[in-house]
Design a protein around this ligand. Structure first.
Ligand code: G4P
Length: 529
């Protein structure tokens, strides 16, 4: 346990939300508290992505900004906080899912007016798959939103997780007066554009001071609400939260900086320090002496004249060191990095060492793909970095046969980066790109042309899902493949994939072929449903 002290000082997390719920605003307030930025508005430009149009400049801008804000580090109360950014636009959802593999917990932001939205549900599904501890922040309490109890019910029903309020609002919208912290029994009164966060301690809710502060009617309402909460909800148990079974809930207003500091302080107190991670052979504990880490994100260089890319490494155990040889398990070769960098203070600083929970930026000339593992020699591969079934499928049409080689290389590299998934049919001759959003096709077309000189167009294919298929009985699999040949393809690693035209076709095939297993993620994790 050489690095126990370093490990206990680190918290690595992501803020996730449906676009517009307030993720960027909350991020910015955290960074202000952590002293990582000095002025409000510094992270704002981040939001162009959610209105991304087919304007290529926007795409380029987004790529630039998303490198700069991919990982934000700051120190708060002696804790090194690593905040990993996730794209807001739903077309980049896969990128978000992968980033979630590199964090130890998340803060989920919900808009009190809109409640739980589609993207929130999907993100939560990914958290549930991994038992990621979740804290929920109900934002925009200064706006006329839903009733707080209704919101809690909605969270439980739609997100399929038990919740436990740790603060409670007094009214909402124009009559919002503040929140009562159920954890440390303090009352915080709302002021727009909160600067100081003066708290009033009210140990006993019967205290007449409460009436004085918020008025008799609201004081009585708070008393009966709290009585109801204490009756309905069990005491908050940190272990349950750490196991991903219960999500504490806070109410506030990010824009007004209200309830943000207490959210951050509770987060620092209860959020997990770097956790153990599964590999194909064993679980790797962060306090092991030897270094391990994995690549969860790859970002192409913005300058097309330089092919090198930035690979994001999450350190899982031991100590990462500059210029030390590490083992690249998939390629079975040793590699070292002369200028790895940290994302501290939004500028790239060369770093000499890094510890579990940290994210290191590595310049890469094409050695990495997402999910790659680095170790001090041991042959283990981190798991739990799956691909999900795409939702839009298009065939790639090569418009310039003289550039076939460049096209092959471009497709290979872009799919290594995780921009899209590549499936092939007819011995590799027919290439199908699968994505979760239309925007990626524009990114791919643009980048193939500008970075690789290849011109392509796309033909939309009538598929709705790709399922990885396996079968214990080789003969049955062969029979299935014979009959369904036109709907089968290979993924990048040569695995068999069934392309379903609709949910009806998929259900029918599953019913008719009970021995064939249809998997919705590439890692085949308890996903048959
Ligand atoms: P996102 O990253 O989750 O997509 O959301 P973002 O923080 O960009 O917030 C979306 C909009 O909601 C922004 O308004 C932001 O100012 C507003 N907002 C965030 N927190 C609160 C809050 O506590 N109360 C209220 N009333 N609004 C909030 P916008 O008009 O899109 O942008 P801007 O012109 O304010 O920058």
């Amino acid at each position: 346990m050489k690095y126990a002290e370093e490990i206990s000082k680190r918290r690595t997390f992501a803020i996730i939300s449906h676009p517009d719920a307030g993720k960027t605003t909350l991020t910015e307030k955290f960074l202000l508290f952590g002293g990582a930025i000095q002025v409000a508005g510094a992270v704002k430009s981040n939001k162009i992505k959610k209105h991304a149009t087919s304007d290529f400049m926007e795409i380029e801008k987004q790529r630039g900004i998303s490198v700069a804000t991919s990982v934000m580090c700051f120190e708060y109360n002696g804790i090194n906080v690593n905040l990993l950014d996730t794209p807001g636009h739903k077309d980049f959802a896969e990128d978000t899912y992968r980033t979630l593999t590199a964090v130890d917990s998340v803060i989920l932001v919900v808009d009190c007016v809109k409640g739980v939205e589609e993207q929130t549900e999907r993100l939560m599904e990914v958290c549930r798959m991994r038992n990621t501890p979740v804290i929920i922040f109900i934002n925009k309490m200064d706006r006329d939103g839903k009733n707080a109890f209704d919101l809690l019910d909605e969270l439980e029903a739609k997100l399929k997780i038990k919740v436990r309020p740790l603060s409670w609002p007094i009214n909402i919208g124009s009559t919002f007066k503040g929140v009562y912290n159920l954890y440390d029994k303090t009352l915080q009164l709302f002021q727009a554009k909160q600067k100081d966060d003066e708290k009033i301690t009210i140990e006993n809710l019967a205290d007449k001071n409460l009436d004085k502060e918020v008025g008799e009617t609201d004081a009585n309402q708070l008393r009966s609400d709290v009585e109801l909460i204490e009756g309905v909800y069990h005491n908050f148990d940190v272990q349950e939260y750490l196991g991903g079974h219960i999500a504490p809930v806070f109410f506030g207003s990010a824009m007004n900086n209200f309830g943000v500091r207490e959210l951050l302080e509770t987060f620092i107190q209860i959020a997990p320090k770097p956790l153990a991670r599964p590999t194909d052979k064993r679980e790797v504990s962060p306090d092991e002496d030897k270094f391990t880490g994995f690549i969860f994100k790859i970002h192409a260089n913005l300058d097309p004249r330089h092919r090198d890319r930035i690979a994001f490494l999450r350190v899982c155990s031991g100590k990462f060191e500059r210029n030390k040889f590490f083992h690249h398990v998939r390629l079975d070769k040793d590699v070292r990095f002369s200028s790895p960098f940290s994302f501290m203070a939004r500028s790239k600083n060369v770093l000499d060492d890094a510890f579990p929970g940290d994210v290191v930026g590595l310049f890469d000339t094409g050695n990495f793909k997402i999910g790659d593992t680095l170790t001090e020699g041991e042959n283990v591969l981190f798991t739990g970095i799956p691909s999900f079934s795409p939702e839009i499928f298009k065939e790639v049409v090569n418009k310039d046969p003289l550039k076939t080689k460049q096209l092959e290389k471009g497709l290979q590299q872009l799919t290594d980066e995780g921009v899209a998934q590549l499936f092939t049919q007819n011995m590799g001759h027919k290439k199908i790109i699968g994505t979760v959003g239309e925007l990626q096709f524009e990114v791919i077309q643009y980048r193939l042309l500008h970075e690789y000189g290849a011109t392509v167009s796309f033909v939309t294919l009538p598929y709705y899902k790709a399922c990885w298929i396996t079968c214990d009985d080789a003969q049955k699999l062969e029979d299935f493949c014979k009959f369904k040949n036109q709907f089968l393809a290979n993924d990048k690693d040569g695995r068999l994939v069934y392309l379903a035209q609709s949910s009806w076709y998929l259900d029918t095939e599953r019913k008719n072929n009970p021995d064939i297993h249809f998997h919705f993620t590439s890692e085949f994790m308890n996903d048959e449903g």
